[in-house]
Design a binder for this molecule. Structure first.
Ligand code: UDP
Ligand code: MG
Length: 315
């Protein structure tokens, strides 16, 4: 019998978990030809999430859990899940039912057909989302696909079912600045994109705001592309070109009109302009440097303070 492992990162999800468990149980019962493991990763929640998860692990024999010593973020929670989950097929799924468990049977069927190594989900609409956020999200996908070798699909969610070998590859990508959408794309494999209508959160609130999404998108670009670094060189080339033209202009003006000294205002503008470009370029380098710094420290991705079984606590 094949086993399906489900990773569920949870951060302050007390309002959703009962509903999630009900729905999950219904789906699991509808697929008797598979055995299941649901691995909840409590990402240092400050509400009753851990308590509820513990209760579930007592009630259901397929439930396991890990609990972090503090909030490490969804990326770390997913990584912990990948490192510890068991199963021939593995899926990652949010606790708020925005990744409907009811799609699982269909996704498993697609994997079983043998044509694909993973089935990933993609939202076809961005309904219910602020217009400005949709706009920036679209621009982000356009930019990252143009400048990086990680193929990131617009509207892709983290919800995907994959074969064991993909999980091994993801675990091997041990970088500490993680951007999973890019990692999934980077490792390759044949992926089927499963479109579905956006579902609203069951209860509770999203942990993302505009600023955190913006930071996450910068993370994605810097993790998977060196293009911003070459912006500095290109701006250098362009500025040098412009300055040659300006010199030519001044020489001609001097020869033709015998120009007296003038142009204090334009001089200031030029100085500020160049200063701005230099700071901008240094800033880009700083972003990469900061990542190099945090990678070289080799700090653990997460620390587990409690788990339903024996696991590696610090990794
Ligand atoms: N999550 C997490 N750690 C965090 C933030 C979120 O494990 O620091 C989990 C959260 O519990 C949920 C999933 O990641 O299961 C997606 O979070 P959310 O619903 O806030 O994101 P959205 O669906 O709005 O993108
Ligand atoms: Mg959500």
């Amino acid at each position: 019998m094949k086993k399906i492992g489900l990773i569920v990162p949870c951060y302050n999800e007390e309002a959703c978990l009962t509903e999630f468990d009900k729905e999950m149980n219904r789906v699991i019962k509808s697929m008797p030809e598979y055995s299941f493991e649901v691995l909840f990763v409590d990402d240092g929640s400050s509400d009753r999430t851990l308590e509820i998860v513990k209760e579930l692990s007592q009630k259901r024999d397929y439930v396991r859990f890990l609990s972090f010593s503090r909030n490490f973020g969804k990326e770390a929670a997913m990584y912990a899940g990948f490192c510890n989950v068991d199963g021939d097929y593995v899926a990652i799924m949010d606790a708020d039912l925005q990744d409907p468990p009811s799609l699982l049977p269909e996704m498993v069927k697609i994997l079983e057909s043998g044509e694909y190594d993973s089935v990933a989900t993609r939202r076809v609409s961005r309904e219910g989302e602020p217009k400005i956020r949709s706009f920036f999200a679209r621009q982000f996908y356009k930019i990252i696909n143009r400048i990086s070798d990680a193929d990131v699909v617009d509207g892709a969610r983290d919800y995907r079912l994959m074969k064991r070998e993909m999980v091994e590859a993801i675990v091997k990508m041990g970088e500490s600045n993680r951007f999973s959408k890019g990692i999934f794309g980077w490792i390759g494999y044949r992926t089927f994109w499963y479109p579905y209508e956006n579902v609203e959160r069951t209860a509770g609130e999203t942990k993302w705001n505009f600023f955190s999404l913006f930071k996450y998108s910068i993370e994605g670009i810097i993790s998977f592309s060196h293009a911003p670094l070459s912006i500095a060189s290109w701006m250098g080339v362009i500025c040098t070109g412009i300055s040659f033209l300006a010199i030519l202009f001044i020489i001609i003006r001097r020869l033709a009109f015998g120009d007296p000294v003038q142009g204090w205002a334009s001089m200031i503008c030029i100085i500020i302009f160049l200063g701005g470009i230099q700071l901008f370029a240094i800033g880009i380098m700083g972003q990469y440097l900061a990542r190099i710094f945090s990678e070289t420290k080799h700090r653990p991705h997460y620390i587990i303070s409690e788990a339903s079984d024996e696991v590696e606590k610090v990794r």
